[in-house]
Write a protein of this length. Structure first.
Lengths: 459, 434
């Protein structure tokens, strides 16, 4: 361990004194504070904060990622290139210890820089409201929708498999399939039917009430608000493109016949008129949640509407409540970035163990940018898999699974929308990115480095 | 430091007295068995035998010179010994084992053909880094670093990044890093390249001191003078094969000639000798012996330093004083550093005893030997070098002879070899050994 430590500290010295890191550090030190006062977003305080946190953390993450790639590769290849490895590897140190030391050095550097820059982003984020003129309303909005970490609850996706099958058989028997769904395969029809049935469960005809039940709702503070975020869709668009809604939020169990209630929980009722196909948030005190974490949200479609009101499947309705502080969320976002950096350090070590500096950099950058757009890539291959055969499933898909999914696990989306990033989620990312993927890369790097010839052939 | 300290702790006095007993099951410090390295191109064709069936045996406690022209396989051999290259065929054993094993490499000091250093570290940090790789504790590192900086004469520039060092300085720090673990075996690849004559001399002296302390040295060079001066045995490589091998003196001795060195003789004495020899029907040539250019050069520089100390010399390569004028405290440290368990046996240089020295009387005290080499006008050790013409430089050499001796008497080298006998009084430069 002492030897690994010696290599690690030497790597940090190298990164700092060879001015590789200096460029990135100076860049960030200049850019971050400047951005704090130039990022305006949509002009509101909240918009400004969202823009700054988003750009600030993305920039930090991006530049530190590049720095990690460069330093981890340089630390190994320059030793080989400039042959300092001759004097190092002939000392009583195992080769794997050298590589581990290098990676440890890079990760330590990353941690230090991440603490520094995340600290700057955090400080600027906390300072912006003090240096900005903003109305109380804006400040209120920023407090409720930015300086918080809201957990999100969405209604569970209903299992409609049996209903779909029944419906399919009925349609088939009545020879209606070809009429309604011409030229479609069975799979495609099933998909359509599933969507249709699911949507039916989220549609309220005039005079009908929809009730969603949530369990395990744990607001951080019952004195604060919770929000129902919703989006209407309608079968017939009203002339003013607005519909009425009669909302009931609270513990509906206490109204059921024969219910034995010990503590009455507060119930909120709101009637409002909102534009269709746009997001709205309905605020209610968090005390509407029952002691056991139960919450029901009901929507009544009043006769005034004259149209069916639907809540789209993906984002029609969710309940948001403050589950943690902004600080906690920010901390987890930073740790998420660290996971990414650890992965990249191991990737760099692997590339450097068998490639020369420029090629290794290229290799890592390709992986990095692929990882940053992995959603797109996975999706496009996903579509392909529906049409291609099994060979795909067992080859390309396997490789894609090994790709890092930086965009899927983006830290900023959580902060911008003030969504709670749970420790569970962070743990999952750490498990995938660090414990599985990075360890695998590291193992390959160690094996290659341990068995390769370190000297160049000179005859 | 594991094996080393354990061995010391075992502290068997008999063992430490006799180096031969110190070898555990192994017979050789370095042994290669049919070592072969073939380099092929990408397609596996055009094969070059860099090293071809090499069988090398280097005994503990000897200074072994591996000679050969460029590309003869010297460095490749070393790289295979140290595990930097994998042999195509054969085996290489260092200290009886695999050179890459930490237990073995903890006892090896290696100086590559160029000092490959971390340019961004300064001399102290460099040595500290390597010390930490050996797992030395902070105190030991501190002590050794200061001692080594003294030995290699880099104390004045120790806080400068080594990237700014001249080649000679880089070489010195490279040598220092090879010594930080007090190695049993030193592998030096071209240790004197880039060094000025004084630096070269110092390194050569250091190698001899280390050999006297029981170290084994594998010296790899194509500078023949270096090898001739310090090595006990040599092997000449060409095309990856050993072309010639043996003791230096045996290989170089001219058994059909005799050389007599004496104080300056009168013409009559010379004529009498000529007469005696002609009666024996032997041709002879009588001249004033030539000084080695190296000795002369060192003397001249020392003299110049005495008169006006150059202040520009951030580089200590020309400052023999920097290296030599170590105080008592440092010398003790140095002693500790260089001394191994065989330190006590230093008075009789063990490896020397097996060298054949038919026509040279070597004083048993190694310090005198070195003193003479540094200062004597008639380089007694180099008997083979018969000077054909009389040199015009003899007189200027005589006069300043006193000064360098003064200087050198204080030398670290001296103290290094201090075997409980006080420094010998300055010897008369001209005293002859017949």
């Amino acid at each position: 361990m002492r030897r690994i430590w010696a290599v690690a500290t030497n790597t940090i010295r190298q990164a700092l004194r060879m001015k590789v890191a200096a460029i990135f550090i100076v860049l960030l030190l200049v850019l971050l504070p400047v951005m704090g006062f130039t990022a305006t977003g949509d002009g509101t305080l909240k918009g400004r904060l969202q823009t700054f946190v988003s750009y600030g953390l993305s920039l930090t993450s991006m530049l530190l990622s590049l720095l990690t790639i460069i330093v981890s590769i340089y630390a190994i290849t320059s030793d080989l290139e400039h042959r300092q490895i001759y004097t190092v590897v002939t000392k009583p140190i195992r080769r794997y210890q050298i590589v581990l030391g290098k990676i440890l050095g890079v990760v330590m550097l990353d941690v230090a820089l991440l603490v520094l820059f995340a600290g700057i982003v955090y400080s600027v984020t906390s300072l912006i409201p003090q240096f900005m003129k903003a109305s109380d309303q804006e400040r209120q909005a920023a407090r409720n929708e930015f300086y918080t970490a809201r957990a999100s609850l969405v209604p569970p996706v209903l299992d409609v498999q049996k209903d779909v099958e029944a419906l399919y058989t009925r349609l088939l028997r009545n020879d209606q399939l070809d009429l309604i769904y011409p030229n479609m395969t069975r799979d495609e029809i099933f998909k359509q039917l599933t969507n249709r049935l699911r949507l039916e469960k989220r549609a309220a005809t005039v005079g009908q009430m929809l009730v969603w039940e949530f369990h395990n709702v744990r607001p951080l503070d019952p004195n604060q608000s919770l929000f129902v975020r919703f989006k209407y869709d309608v079968s017939v668009t009203p002339p003013d493109e607005q519909v009425y809604g009669d909302w009931h939020i609270g513990d509906q169990r206490q109204f059921l016949p024969g219910a034995r209630v010990q503590h009455y929980t507060r119930t909120v009722r709101q009637t409002r008129k909102d534009a269709v196909r746009k997001f709205h948030e309905l605020e209610a005190p968090a005390s509407v949640v029952a002691k056991d974490g139960y919450l029901a949200v009901g929507f009544f479609n009043p006769p005034l509407n004259e149209t069916v009101v639907l809540f789209p499947l993906e984002d029609g309705l969710e309940v948001l409540y403050k589950a943690d502080t902004f600080t906690g969320n920010f901390l987890r976002a930073v740790l998420l970035i660290l996971c990414r950096l650890v992965f990249l350090a191991c990737l760099g070590a692997l590339a450097a163990s068998f490639l020369s500096f420029p090629v290794a950099i290229l290799f890592c950058l390709v992986i990095f940018f692929t990882g940053s757009t992995s959603g797109f890539i996975v999706d496009s291959f996903g579509y392909m898999s529906e049409t291609t055969n099994r060979i795909y499933t067992y080859t390309i898909q396997g490789i894609i699974q090994l790709l890092p999914q930086f965009d899927k696990y983006s830290p900023t989306t959580y902060l911008v929308s003030a969504r709670l990033m749970t420790w569970g989620f962070l743990g999952k990312v750490a498990l995938i990115m660090v414990i599985v993927q990075a360890s695998l890369l590291l193992a390959f790097a160690l094996i290659i480095f341990s068995f390769r010839e370190l000297a160049k052939v000179v005859v | 430091m594991g094996p080393r300290s354990r061995r010391r702790a075992s502290g068997n006095p008999c063992r430490s007295r006799n180096p031969r007993d110190n070898r555990e099951p192994m017979d050789y410090a370095i042994e290669t068995i049919g070592l072969t390295k073939i380099f092929s191109d990408w397609w596996g064709r055009a094969r070059v035998y860099a090293v071809d069936d090499l069988n090398l045996q280097i005994r503990p406690n000897e200074v072994f010179g591996l000679l050969g022209p460029n590309g003869s396989g010297k460095t490749t051999t070393i790289k295979m010994l140290l595990g930097l290259l994998h042999p195509t065929k054969g085996h290489a054993l260092i200290l009886g084992g695999d050179g890459t094993h930490p237990k073995i490499s903890a006892r090896i000091g290696f100086l590559p053909e160029e000092s490959y250093l971390y340019r961004f570290l300064n001399a102290r940090e460099t040595l500290d880094f390597y010390g930490r790789l050996f797992g030395l504790d902070a105190r030991t590192r501190q002590v050794r670093i200061e001692a080594l900086l003294d030995i290699v004469g880099l104390k004045a520039v120790a806080s400068r990044p080594v990237g700014t060092y001249s080649k000679g300085m880089a070489r010195r720090i490279g040598l220092a890093q090879a010594l930080i673990n007090d190695p049993d075996l030193l592998i030096l690849d071209e240790p004197t390249t880039g060094l000025d004559p004084i630096g070269t001399r110092q390194i050569k002296d250091l190698i001899q001191k280390l050999a006297e302390r029981g170290k084994t040295v594998l010296l790899c060079s194509h500078l023949l003078a270096d090898v001739e001066d310090v090595c006990h045995r040599i092997a000449i490589l060409y095309g990856g094969k050993i072309q010639s091998q043996g003791h230096v003196r045996e290989l170089l001795q001219q058994t059909h000639k005799t050389q007599i060195v004496s104080d300056a003789l009168s013409d009559t004495a010379v004529n009498r000798i000529r007469r005696i020899l002609s009666e024996e029907h032997v041709d002879c040539e009588i001249t004033a012996p030539m000084e080695k250019l190296e000795t002369f050069f060192i003397k001249t520089v020392v003299e110049a330093q005495q008169q006006a100390r150059p202040t520009s010399g951030a580089v200590s390569t020309t400052q023999i004083g920097d290296f030599l004028a170590a105080g008592t405290r440092k010398e003790n440290i140095l002693d500790k550093l260089v001394a191994s368990s065989v330190a006590e046996k230093a008075p009789v240089a063990p490896a020397r005893t097996e060298t054949v020295q038919p026509r040279e009387t070597v004083t048993p005290e190694p310090n005198r030997d070195v003193l003479r080499k540094l200062t004597l006008t008639g380089a007694a050790a180099e008997t083979e070098r018969v000077a054909p013409e009389s040199g015009p430089r003899t007189p200027p050499v005589e006069t300043p002879a006193e000064v360098p001796q003064e200087e050198i008497r204080k030398s670290v080298l001296d103290k290094l070899t201090k075997d409980d006998t006080p420094n010998p009084p300055a010897q008369d430069g001209g005293s002859g050994h017949a």
